[in-house]
Design a protein around this ligand. Sequence first.
Ligand code: SAH
Length: 239
Amino acid sequence: MLENIRIVLIETSHSGNIGSAARAMKTMGLTQLCLVSPKSVDEQSYALSAGAEDIVKNARVVDSFDEAVDDCSLVIGTSARLRHLQSTLIEPRECAEKVVAHEGKIAIVFGRERIGLTNEELLKCHYHLNIPANPDYSSLNLAMAVQLVSYELRMAFLAQDKKENSLSLIEQNYPTAEQLAYFFDHTERVYQSLGFIQNQGVIHKLKRLYYRAQLEKNELNILNGMLSAVEKWIDLDLD
Ligand code: SAH
């Protein structure tokens, strides 16, 4: 899922920022970097990437904004001053939620160090992302903005992953309604034949107890096994 996310840096003028952005991306599991007309990619970029050289080396370098985002079905532009764009304005957390829910390629575009993104570029974005920083001093360093946005993407990605895993754990570990119904019938049958259950009240209370215990499949197997052992013993005794 994170492979679908492309970080686009427009006309970056400090080559070191490219390396720092790559490092920020890699720590959060992002790999796709696209550079639009960078001033230069040099040893400063590699030095500041500190182990994320592969991201810098594999970065796609293109000449225009359009070329960088052409194949993306969701384009998010970032800027420190967007408060006028209320309708399409999102914060990093909301951005990450939208991104993890999106199928298809996504570009998150970061602007020039001095002037950010142009209005023309912002008009080409589906959403505008603003990090709600100190209103009196809201402009983050480019790579730090990349870090913060990438962190939220990772948090949303991990949350989704955890949800999927716990759903599959539930499927693996917990009995189905049918399996529980079989166990309740089994319980009723055995305890009725022992003369312990004489009315529905007891079985209702037992059901409540077992539901509350959230029995796992292997625990249910043990309980069924115990009932079967009792059944077998009654049969032996009757014989
Ligand atoms: N003076 C520029 C700031 C550029 S900072 C301006 O006013 O737009 C370089 C880039 O970092 C920005 O183009 C944007 O992509 C990102 N950035 C910095 N601060 C940000 C913030 N508060 N919210 C969103 N993006 C931010």
